[in-house]
Design a protein around this ligand. Structure first.
Ligand SMILES: *Cc1c(COP(=O)(O)O)cnc(C)c1O
Length: 384
């Protein structure tokens, strides 16, 4: 039985994995080593130095390649380090097109680091592919998609984006952190590069920072492998182990995130104190049809704004919540709540973020896998 032919729910456990060569350990040992003995100069078993390769990292990279329907995985010390590696494929003068409601850290590295090095960024509303098409020219080398977007839950049509780059020398990269490969597999929809903050759903337990890239093309893989080794922003073996362990339950966790997400989205939509709820599962969501086509569910990320919203009102609600912990990040087993304007998106100028809907009253939930009755009871008391 070929392991890459398995269904997704089996690939999370077996994809790319084999018993360890030493003692046939079922889980890969955590190879806490920087170097490997050679029997003669250059005579080794594929491992020379742990910045370049480490067997625990290899096991995680193979797992990621399998669950994303890719061929090559690359792991980094954080999601940001993975993004950094992608932009290093470019040269000064090259242009990038990205979404106007982007993860704050991505916006920051693009505009505060790579723009100064001569790379040009355009931020457009990607819900309409025509806006992207209008910015494409001979200098365009990368289209950077995030879908669903953070925190507005807009959905970008990945297939439409891939049609725009067809026969052009442009990479299509998708930040798949919010959806996770359980809900969406961008390489199968025509993307060239998938990026993850594995810190979120892949790790799933809020105990590790790690980033990843997955590709199919061998030439692109060679370039990324060179950058990974040359820049050196790799993850440690223990972190690789933790994410690998997280991936083994990704499918069961995601199933519950989706169930709880739906219950809570509908509870909020019916609540008199709520003005609007952003969740791609609603039929009224502007990109619901695209979401239905490219995703296998709608996830547990929800944003909302209360009636007569204000910073004070949002702060009150955030302080009253007990089971939802006020914290940065998302995708863990525990429910978290965040305030994008002051937390994840504080690095985006107020006028800029309000244009895309990130007002001071916006609250973002990462719905965990607790009993949804308890989560709803918590929201009820906080909204009273
Ligand atoms: C968290 C996050 C990142 C950055 O990942 P880190 O692991 O925190 O460096 C990038 N994109 C999205 C959508 C994220 O949520």
């Amino acid at each position: 039985m070929k392991k890459d032919k398995l269904h997704f729910n089996s690939k999370t456990i077996h994809g790319g994995q084999q018993p360890d060569k030493g003692y046939r350990a079922v889980m890969p040992p955590v190879y806490l080593t920087s170097t490997y003995a050679q029997s003669s100069p250059g005579d080794h078993q594929g491992y020379e130095y742990s910045r370049t390769h480490n067997p625990t990292r290899t096991a995680l990279e193979a797992s990621l390649a399998s669950i994303e329907n890719g061929k090559h995985g690359f792991c980094f010390g954080s999601g940001m380090a993975a993004i950094d590696a992608v932009v290093k494929l470019l040269s000064p003068g090259d242009e990038v097109i990205s979404t106007n409601d982007l993860y704050g850290g991505s916006y920051r590295i693009f505009t505060k680091i790579f723009q100064d090095l001569g790379i040009v960024f355009h931020f457009v509303d990607m819900q309409d592919p025509a806006n992207v098409a209008a910015k494409i020219n001979v200098k365009t080398k990368l289209i950077w998609v995030e879908t669903p977007t953070n925190p507005m839950m807009n959905v970008v049509d990945i297939t439409a984006m891939s049609q725009l780059v067809e026969d052009r020398d442009i990479y299509l990269a998708v930040d798949n952190t919010f959806a996770s490969p359980y809900l969406q597999q961008p390489l199968s929809l025509g993307a060239d590069i998938v990026m993850h903050s594995a810190t979120k759903y892949l790790g799933g337990h809020s105990d590790v920072i790690l980033g990843a890239l997955i590709v199919r093309d061998t030439t692109l893989a060679e370039r990324l492998s060179f950058i990974q080794n040359a820049s050196g922003a790799v993850c440690g073996p223990l972190d690789a182990f933790l994410v690998l362990r997280g991936i083994k339950t990704l499918h069961v966790r995601m199933q519950r995130h989706c169930e709880n997400g739906e219950k809570i989205a509908r509870f909020l939509a019916d609540h008199p104190a709520i003005d609007r709820v952003y969740w791609p599962g609603f039929e009224s969501h502007p990109n619901h049809e695209v979401a239905k086509r490219q995703m296998n569910g709608f996830g547990g990320m929800i944003s909302f704004v209360q009636q007569n919203d204000s910073l004070e009102k949002a702060t009150q609600t955030l302080e009253k919540l007990k089971l939802f912990t006020l914290a940065e990040s998302l995708g863990g087993v525990e429910s978290l709540v965040g305030h994008p304007a002051s937390m994840t998106h504080a690095s985006i100028p107020k006028a800029e973020r309000e244009k895309s809907g990130v007002v001071d009253g916006l609250i973002r939930l990462s719905v965990g896998i607790e009993d949804n009755h308890d989560l709803i009871a918590d929201l009820k008391q906080a909204l009273k």
